[in-house]
Design a protein around this ligand. Structure first.
Ligand code: DHB
Ligand code: FE
Length: 282
């Protein structure tokens, strides 16, 4: 049977992708950003940890979707997904290969569990998905695992609540546990942490709030799942709402988890960079 033991969260700041694509990891600006991923890059390629498939929870930034169609939750079921052109041409990263049988199984189970998923086959994937792959896996010729893209709308209000995202994670876990193939599956939640990219509060970062959020991934998840949108907006800036995607990841793990690794760095571009690796406690 499929097994889900680990959850990872990380920011998806596009500038980090630029730093990697231009081989600037050792620049003074980028060095401390990439250094915090060294631990995970080594850990994740050990045979016992390397995922066969990742359910990668991310948000599209008007690359695949536009104001014409805005799914709240979408799951990619096609064989593969191309890197999106975000204005400077697509990033020079490998095509993203899905595990279509797992994707369809998860889609079916979520829908039968009353989550009205949108099924997408044509979805160019932007920095929300490709930057997390880069920070975890660096620059391979092909990504070392299959990726099931699971898209959450956090761009156009109304966006789903943290509680709804948590429950989606619980449902994903039930689906994975029922998948009849020996598969090491990880779930990743991406985006955040505090950041605001426009308006009078552009550049807002709230390190104290972010650190408490990281602490409570292990210590007080009841608090995290109840955080209302207005608190994300007020305390973490307009784009801090991306952190509800971390709750999809956390909801898919066991009630008790252990923190294996954490990285927090301010700033990366306009964003507080956060990263955490969590393991189920048996
Ligand atoms: C930045 C962060 C994001 O999450 C994003 O989607 C775009 C830009 C930034 O900090 O530059
Ligand atoms: Fe973003």
């Amino acid at each position: 049977m499929a097994d889900l033991q680990y959850g990872i969260a990380c920011s998806h700041v596009p500038l980090i992708g630029v730093g990697a694509d231009q081989n600037r990891e050792d620049d003074p600006y980028f060095a401390p950003i990439f250094a915090g991923f060294d631990w995970t890059r080594q850990w994740i390629m050990k045979p016992e940890n390397r995922p066969d498939a990742v359910i990668l929870v991310f948000n599209d930034h008007a690359s695949a979707f536009s104001q014409e169609i805005i799914p709240t939750f979408a799951i990619g079921c096609a064989d593969e997904f191309q890197p999106a052109d975000e204005g400077w041409g697509p990033r020079p990263v490998p095509v993203v290969k899905n595990h279509p049988e797992l994707a369809w199984h998860v889609a079916e189970n979520l829908i039968m569990d009353d989550f009205d998923m949108t099924i997408v086959n044509d979805m160019p994937v932007d920095h929300g998905l490709t930057v997390p792959l880069t920070v975890m896996f660096n620059k391979p010729d092909s990504w070392p695992c299959r990726v099931v893209p699971l898209m959450v709308n956090v761009v156009t209000y109304p966006v789903p609540s943290g509680e709804r995202c948590w429950k989606l994670g619980e449902s994903i876990r039930r689906a994975v546990d029922g998948f009849n193939e020996d598969l090491n599956v990880q779930i990743w939640g991406t985006g955040g942490m505090s950041h605001q990219l426009q308006g009078p509060r552009a550049g807002l970062i709230n390190a104290e709030w972010d650190r408490k959020f990281l602490d409570d991934m292990t210590e007080d998840t009841d608090r995290l799942r109840k955080i209302p949108h207005i608190e994300y907006l007020r305390e973490t800036g307009s784009e801090g709402i991306e952190m509800v995607m971390w709750l999809v990841m956390r909801g898919a793990l066991d009630p008790q988890v252990k923190e294996l690794h954490r990285h927090y760095h301010v700033p990366a571009s306009n964003t507080a960079l956060g990263h955490i690796v969590l393991e189920n406690v048996q």
